[in-house]
Design a protein. Structure first.
Length: 138
């Protein structure tokens, strides 16, 4: 098991289903950034977790109509930019693999997601449906 401090940095596989057009958009954007699709999705999830918000005027109506969320800005309401966190992590002079660096600059998303899902279920806003293959909005 790979560890960085107290964080388990070993890899775990996840699987998600998205509309084909969305996967194609993500793949094109990943290609523009010279990233694999997995790296791109990990980066975007972590960016979203950090509270990156879109300026409502920057969201293209066609993107929203297609079920997308629009482009995200690099604003960080906590006042600490991701670049600063990366530089701070690398300041120790050690080298970090991709997954180690991700673990070093992120918090535990699973615990936050679990708590959020429990809260939403308690408020009767969502439910888990085995028949439908996961969580659904009520």
């Amino acid at each position: 098991m790979a560890r960085n401090g107290g964080v388990d940095t070993s890899r775990a596989r996840i699987q998600s289903y998205v509309p084909t057009y969305q996967k194609q958009e993500w793949q094109a954007h990943a290609d523009e950034l010279d990233m694999s699709l997995s790296e791109f999705v990990r980066s975007m999830v972590q960016a979203g977790r950090r509270g990156f918000t879109a300026d409502p005027s920057s969201i293209e109506p066609s993107t929203v109509a297609e079920g997308g969320e629009g482009e995200q800005s690099d604003a960080d309401p906590q006042g600490q930019r991701l670049e600063d966190r990366v530089l701070s992590t690398l300041a120790d002079g050690d080298s970090y693999e991709w997954d180690e660096l991700v673990a070093a600059v992120t918090d535990d998303i699973e615990a936050q997601l679990d708590e959020t899902l429990q809260d939403l279920q308690a408020r009767n806003e969502i439910r888990y449906s085995g028949r439908e293959g996961g969580y659904v909005k009520k």
